[in-house]
Design a binder for this molecule. Structure first.
Ligand SMILES: NC(=O)c1ccc[n+]([C@@H]2O[C@H](COP(=O)([O-])OP(=O)(O)OC[C@H]3O[C@@H](n4cnc5c(N)ncnc54)[C@H](OP(=O)(O)O)[C@@H]3O)[C@@H](O)[C@H]2O)c1
Length: 265
Protein backbone atom coordinates (compact mmCIF):
# COMPACT_ATOMS: atom_id res chain seq x y z
CA UNK A 1 0.00 0.00 0.00
CA UNK A 2 2.81 2.40 0.98
CA UNK A 3 4.72 1.48 -2.20
CA UNK A 4 1.58 2.06 -4.27
CA UNK A 5 1.12 5.58 -2.89
CA UNK A 6 4.81 6.40 -3.21
CA UNK A 7 4.85 5.40 -6.87
CA UNK A 8 1.49 6.71 -8.11
CA UNK A 9 0.65 9.60 -5.80
CA UNK A 10 -0.78 11.92 -5.37
CA UNK A 11 -3.67 11.77 -7.84
CA UNK A 12 -5.21 9.05 -9.99
CA UNK A 13 -7.13 10.32 -13.02
CA UNK A 14 -9.83 8.12 -14.56
CA UNK A 15 -11.56 8.91 -17.83
CA UNK A 16 -15.09 7.54 -18.19
CA UNK A 17 -15.42 7.47 -14.41
CA UNK A 18 -19.18 7.99 -14.05
CA UNK A 19 -20.13 4.32 -14.45
CA UNK A 20 -19.00 0.77 -15.20
CA UNK A 21 -15.33 -0.17 -15.02
CA UNK A 22 -14.20 3.46 -14.64
CA UNK A 23 -16.27 3.91 -11.49
CA UNK A 24 -14.73 0.73 -10.04
CA UNK A 25 -11.24 2.00 -10.85
CA UNK A 26 -12.05 5.14 -8.87
CA UNK A 27 -13.11 3.03 -5.88
CA UNK A 28 -10.07 0.70 -6.11
CA UNK A 29 -7.58 3.57 -6.34
CA UNK A 30 -9.21 5.60 -3.56
CA UNK A 31 -9.13 2.48 -1.38
CA UNK A 32 -5.35 2.47 -1.88
CA UNK A 33 -5.11 6.08 -0.77
CA UNK A 34 -4.88 8.04 -4.03
CA UNK A 35 -6.79 11.29 -4.50
CA UNK A 36 -9.09 10.91 -7.48
CA UNK A 37 -9.93 12.97 -10.57
CA UNK A 38 -13.18 11.73 -12.11
CA UNK A 39 -13.80 12.65 -15.76
CA UNK A 40 -16.96 12.07 -17.82
CA UNK A 41 -20.04 13.98 -19.02
CA UNK A 42 -22.49 13.09 -16.21
CA UNK A 43 -21.84 15.57 -13.41
CA UNK A 44 -24.43 14.30 -10.92
CA UNK A 45 -23.26 10.69 -11.13
CA UNK A 46 -19.65 11.73 -10.53
CA UNK A 47 -20.58 13.99 -7.61
CA UNK A 48 -22.31 11.03 -5.96
CA UNK A 49 -19.31 8.73 -6.54
CA UNK A 50 -17.01 11.47 -5.25
CA UNK A 51 -19.03 11.88 -2.06
CA UNK A 52 -18.95 8.12 -1.46
CA UNK A 53 -15.15 8.10 -1.85
CA UNK A 54 -14.61 11.07 0.47
CA UNK A 55 -16.86 9.53 3.15
CA UNK A 56 -15.32 6.07 2.91
CA UNK A 57 -11.64 6.71 2.19
CA UNK A 58 -11.06 10.33 3.22
CA UNK A 59 -9.30 11.22 -0.06
CA UNK A 60 -9.55 14.43 -2.10
CA UNK A 61 -11.79 14.38 -5.18
CA UNK A 62 -11.98 16.52 -8.29
CA UNK A 63 -14.85 16.14 -10.73
CA UNK A 64 -14.26 17.31 -14.29
CA UNK A 65 -17.26 17.44 -16.59
CA UNK A 66 -15.99 17.10 -20.14
CA UNK A 67 -17.00 15.58 -23.45
CA UNK A 68 -13.65 14.02 -24.28
CA UNK A 69 -14.64 13.52 -27.91
CA UNK A 70 -14.36 17.30 -28.32
CA UNK A 71 -11.25 19.48 -28.41
CA UNK A 72 -12.80 21.71 -25.80
CA UNK A 73 -13.25 18.70 -23.49
CA UNK A 74 -9.56 17.76 -23.73
CA UNK A 75 -8.54 21.41 -23.16
CA UNK A 76 -10.80 21.59 -20.08
CA UNK A 77 -9.30 18.41 -18.66
CA UNK A 78 -5.76 19.63 -19.21
CA UNK A 79 -6.31 23.12 -17.79
CA UNK A 80 -8.22 21.85 -14.74
CA UNK A 81 -5.45 19.41 -13.80
CA UNK A 82 -2.51 21.80 -14.30
CA UNK A 83 -1.82 22.16 -10.60
CA UNK A 84 -2.31 18.45 -9.75
CA UNK A 85 0.35 15.77 -9.70
CA UNK A 86 -1.29 13.02 -11.76
CA UNK A 87 0.69 9.91 -10.87
CA UNK A 88 -1.68 7.34 -12.33
CA UNK A 89 -3.64 7.80 -15.55
CA UNK A 90 -6.43 5.36 -16.36
CA UNK A 91 -7.35 5.59 -20.04
CA UNK A 92 -10.72 3.94 -19.56
CA UNK A 93 -13.19 5.99 -21.61
CA UNK A 94 -14.56 4.13 -24.59
CA UNK A 95 -17.56 3.64 -26.85
CA UNK A 96 -18.76 0.76 -28.96
CA UNK A 97 -21.30 0.22 -31.73
CA UNK A 98 -22.21 -3.37 -32.46
CA UNK A 99 -23.98 -4.12 -35.74
CA UNK A 100 -23.23 -4.94 -39.35
CA UNK A 101 -20.37 -2.61 -40.31
CA UNK A 102 -22.38 -0.81 -43.01
CA UNK A 103 -25.36 -0.19 -40.72
CA UNK A 104 -23.23 1.95 -38.43
CA UNK A 105 -22.80 5.50 -39.79
CA UNK A 106 -19.33 6.79 -40.63
CA UNK A 107 -19.94 9.54 -38.06
CA UNK A 108 -20.35 6.92 -35.32
CA UNK A 109 -17.33 4.95 -36.52
CA UNK A 110 -15.17 8.08 -36.43
CA UNK A 111 -16.52 9.01 -32.98
CA UNK A 112 -15.33 5.59 -31.75
CA UNK A 113 -11.88 6.16 -33.22
CA UNK A 114 -11.65 9.60 -31.56
CA UNK A 115 -12.73 8.41 -28.12
CA UNK A 116 -10.95 5.04 -28.07
CA UNK A 117 -7.72 6.01 -29.86
CA UNK A 118 -7.19 9.76 -30.04
CA UNK A 119 -8.12 10.47 -26.42
CA UNK A 120 -5.73 7.94 -24.81
CA UNK A 121 -3.00 9.07 -27.20
CA UNK A 122 -3.39 12.76 -26.27
CA UNK A 123 -3.65 12.09 -22.54
CA UNK A 124 -0.69 9.69 -22.50
CA UNK A 125 1.38 12.33 -24.29
CA UNK A 126 0.39 15.08 -21.88
CA UNK A 127 0.52 13.23 -18.55
CA UNK A 128 3.29 10.84 -19.66
CA UNK A 129 5.63 13.81 -20.21
CA UNK A 130 5.05 14.97 -16.63
CA UNK A 131 5.59 11.45 -15.28
CA UNK A 132 8.88 11.20 -17.18
CA UNK A 133 9.99 14.49 -15.55
CA UNK A 134 9.09 13.14 -12.10
CA UNK A 135 10.61 9.73 -12.91
CA UNK A 136 7.62 7.79 -11.63
CA UNK A 137 4.03 6.98 -12.46
CA UNK A 138 1.62 4.53 -14.02
CA UNK A 139 -0.72 4.31 -17.01
CA UNK A 140 -3.54 1.80 -17.44
CA UNK A 141 -5.03 1.40 -20.92
CA UNK A 142 -8.39 -0.32 -21.39
CA UNK A 143 -8.25 -2.71 -24.30
CA UNK A 144 -10.44 -5.83 -24.70
CA UNK A 145 -10.33 -9.54 -25.46
CA UNK A 146 -11.50 -8.59 -28.97
CA UNK A 147 -8.12 -6.89 -29.53
CA UNK A 148 -6.34 -10.11 -30.46
CA UNK A 149 -8.17 -10.76 -33.74
CA UNK A 150 -10.69 -9.16 -36.09
CA UNK A 151 -14.29 -9.53 -34.87
CA UNK A 152 -17.39 -9.24 -37.09
CA UNK A 153 -20.16 -6.86 -35.89
CA UNK A 154 -17.64 -4.88 -33.82
CA UNK A 155 -14.98 -4.63 -36.54
CA UNK A 156 -14.12 -0.97 -35.91
CA UNK A 157 -14.33 -1.25 -32.11
CA UNK A 158 -12.05 -4.32 -32.13
CA UNK A 159 -9.61 -2.36 -34.32
CA UNK A 160 -9.50 0.47 -31.77
CA UNK A 161 -8.95 -2.01 -28.92
CA UNK A 162 -6.07 -3.61 -30.88
CA UNK A 163 -4.59 -0.11 -31.05
CA UNK A 164 -4.95 0.28 -27.26
CA UNK A 165 -3.09 -2.99 -26.73
CA UNK A 166 -0.26 -2.40 -29.20
CA UNK A 167 0.13 1.24 -28.16
CA UNK A 168 0.29 0.18 -24.53
CA UNK A 169 2.99 -2.46 -25.20
CA UNK A 170 5.18 0.03 -27.04
CA UNK A 171 4.84 2.77 -24.43
CA UNK A 172 5.48 0.24 -21.64
CA UNK A 173 8.85 -0.58 -23.17
CA UNK A 174 9.73 3.10 -23.74
CA UNK A 175 8.67 4.29 -20.30
CA UNK A 176 10.19 1.45 -18.28
CA UNK A 177 13.49 3.26 -17.88
CA UNK A 178 11.62 6.26 -16.44
CA UNK A 179 10.12 4.11 -13.66
CA UNK A 180 6.64 4.31 -15.21
CA UNK A 181 4.45 1.18 -15.25
CA UNK A 182 2.13 0.72 -18.24
CA UNK A 183 -0.58 -1.93 -18.31
CA UNK A 184 -3.09 -3.00 -20.98
CA UNK A 185 -6.31 -4.59 -19.69
CA UNK A 186 -8.24 -7.01 -21.92
CA UNK A 187 -11.60 -7.99 -20.39
CA UNK A 188 -14.28 -9.95 -22.15
CA UNK A 189 -17.99 -9.18 -21.67
CA UNK A 190 -18.41 -7.14 -18.50
CA UNK A 191 -21.69 -6.10 -16.90
CA UNK A 192 -21.83 -2.39 -17.80
CA UNK A 193 -23.94 -0.01 -19.94
CA UNK A 194 -21.56 -0.57 -22.84
CA UNK A 195 -22.35 -4.29 -22.98
CA UNK A 196 -26.08 -4.15 -22.25
CA UNK A 197 -27.12 -5.10 -25.82
CA UNK A 198 -25.49 -8.52 -25.45
CA UNK A 199 -27.51 -11.57 -24.46
CA UNK A 200 -24.99 -14.17 -23.36
CA UNK A 201 -27.31 -17.09 -22.72
CA UNK A 202 -26.26 -19.99 -24.92
CA UNK A 203 -22.68 -18.70 -25.20
CA UNK A 204 -19.70 -19.87 -23.12
CA UNK A 205 -19.44 -16.41 -21.55
CA UNK A 206 -20.50 -15.30 -18.13
CA UNK A 207 -20.15 -11.53 -17.80
CA UNK A 208 -17.41 -10.26 -15.51
CA UNK A 209 -18.20 -7.65 -12.89
CA UNK A 210 -16.58 -4.23 -13.32
CA UNK A 211 -15.29 -4.60 -9.75
CA UNK A 212 -13.35 -7.75 -10.68
CA UNK A 213 -11.85 -6.17 -13.80
CA UNK A 214 -10.65 -3.04 -11.98
CA UNK A 215 -9.36 -4.90 -8.91
CA UNK A 216 -7.32 -7.32 -11.02
CA UNK A 217 -5.86 -4.51 -13.13
CA UNK A 218 -4.79 -2.53 -10.07
CA UNK A 219 -3.17 -5.67 -8.62
CA UNK A 220 -1.37 -6.40 -11.91
CA UNK A 221 -0.07 -2.85 -12.36
CA UNK A 222 3.71 -2.82 -11.95
CA UNK A 223 3.93 -6.61 -12.14
CA UNK A 224 2.72 -7.30 -15.69
CA UNK A 225 2.11 -5.46 -18.93
CA UNK A 226 -1.08 -7.35 -19.79
CA UNK A 227 -4.00 -8.01 -17.45
CA UNK A 228 -6.53 -10.61 -18.63
CA UNK A 229 -9.40 -10.83 -16.16
CA UNK A 230 -11.40 -14.06 -15.94
CA UNK A 231 -10.46 -17.70 -16.58
CA UNK A 232 -12.44 -17.99 -19.82
CA UNK A 233 -10.75 -14.91 -21.28
CA UNK A 234 -7.32 -16.26 -20.33
CA UNK A 235 -8.28 -19.57 -21.94
CA UNK A 236 -9.39 -17.81 -25.14
CA UNK A 237 -6.19 -15.78 -25.20
CA UNK A 238 -3.86 -18.79 -24.87
CA UNK A 239 -5.89 -20.93 -27.28
CA UNK A 240 -6.01 -18.10 -29.78
CA UNK A 241 -2.29 -17.59 -29.53
CA UNK A 242 -1.08 -21.18 -29.73
CA UNK A 243 -3.84 -23.41 -31.10
CA UNK A 244 -5.97 -21.61 -33.65
CA UNK A 245 -5.26 -19.60 -36.77
CA UNK A 246 -6.26 -15.92 -36.74
CA UNK A 247 -8.95 -16.73 -39.31
CA UNK A 248 -10.38 -19.37 -36.99
CA UNK A 249 -10.31 -16.98 -34.02
CA UNK A 250 -12.20 -14.39 -36.05
CA UNK A 251 -14.76 -16.97 -37.08
CA UNK A 252 -15.35 -18.21 -33.52
CA UNK A 253 -15.61 -14.71 -32.08
CA UNK A 254 -18.00 -13.87 -34.92
CA UNK A 255 -20.23 -16.80 -33.95
CA UNK A 256 -20.28 -15.71 -30.31
CA UNK A 257 -21.08 -12.09 -31.18
CA UNK A 258 -23.78 -13.11 -33.66
CA UNK A 259 -25.44 -15.17 -30.95
CA UNK A 260 -25.03 -12.52 -28.27
CA UNK A 261 -26.47 -9.87 -30.61
CA UNK A 262 -29.34 -12.02 -31.94
CA UNK A 263 -31.93 -9.58 -30.58
CA UNK A 264 -30.44 -6.53 -32.25
CA UNK A 265 -28.69 -7.54 -35.51
N1 LIG B 1 -18.15 -3.73 -20.79
C1 LIG B 1 -17.42 -4.58 -21.49
O1 LIG B 1 -17.89 -5.70 -21.81
C2 LIG B 1 -16.02 -4.23 -21.88
C3 LIG B 1 -15.19 -5.26 -22.33
C4 LIG B 1 -13.88 -4.94 -22.72
C5 LIG B 1 -13.42 -3.65 -22.62
N2 LIG B 1 -14.25 -2.66 -22.18
C6 LIG B 1 -13.71 -1.29 -22.14
O2 LIG B 1 -13.84 -0.77 -20.83
C7 LIG B 1 -13.91 0.65 -20.89
C8 LIG B 1 -15.02 1.14 -19.99
O3 LIG B 1 -16.25 0.70 -20.53
P1 LIG B 1 -17.51 0.25 -19.65
O4 LIG B 1 -17.87 -1.09 -20.08
O5 LIG B 1 -17.26 0.54 -18.21
O6 LIG B 1 -18.61 1.23 -20.25
P2 LIG B 1 -19.63 2.27 -19.62
O7 LIG B 1 -20.22 1.78 -18.34
O8 LIG B 1 -20.54 2.62 -20.74
O9 LIG B 1 -18.71 3.50 -19.25
C9 LIG B 1 -18.22 4.39 -20.22
C10 LIG B 1 -17.76 5.64 -19.50
O10 LIG B 1 -17.26 6.55 -20.47
C11 LIG B 1 -17.92 7.82 -20.30
N3 LIG B 1 -18.01 8.47 -21.61
C12 LIG B 1 -18.61 7.99 -22.72
N4 LIG B 1 -18.50 8.89 -23.71
C13 LIG B 1 -17.81 9.95 -23.21
C14 LIG B 1 -17.38 11.18 -23.73
N5 LIG B 1 -17.64 11.53 -25.01
N6 LIG B 1 -16.67 12.03 -22.95
C15 LIG B 1 -16.41 11.69 -21.65
N7 LIG B 1 -16.79 10.54 -21.09
C16 LIG B 1 -17.49 9.68 -21.86
C17 LIG B 1 -19.27 7.46 -19.71
O11 LIG B 1 -19.79 8.52 -18.95
P3 LIG B 1 -20.76 9.69 -19.44
O12 LIG B 1 -21.85 9.06 -20.24
O13 LIG B 1 -21.18 10.28 -18.14
O14 LIG B 1 -19.89 10.62 -20.23
C18 LIG B 1 -18.89 6.34 -18.76
O15 LIG B 1 -18.39 6.88 -17.56
C19 LIG B 1 -14.04 1.01 -22.36
O16 LIG B 1 -12.80 1.43 -22.88
C20 LIG B 1 -14.45 -0.30 -23.01
O17 LIG B 1 -14.04 -0.38 -24.35
C21 LIG B 1 -15.53 -2.93 -21.78
Amino acid sequence: MKKFIEKYSSWGLITGASSGIGKQFAISLAARGLNIVLVARSKEKMLLIGKELVDKYDVAIKVIVADLASEVGIDTLISETNDLEIGLLVNNVGREDSDHFLKISTKEHVQTIVLNIQVPLLLTHHFGAKMVERKKGGIINMSSIVAFQGVPYVANYAGTKAYNLIFSEGIAAEFEKHNIDVLAVTPGFTKTNLAQTYNLSGTPFKPLTPYFVAQKAVKDLGKKRLSIPGAINAFLYWNGKFLFSRKMNTRSFGMVFKKALRNSL
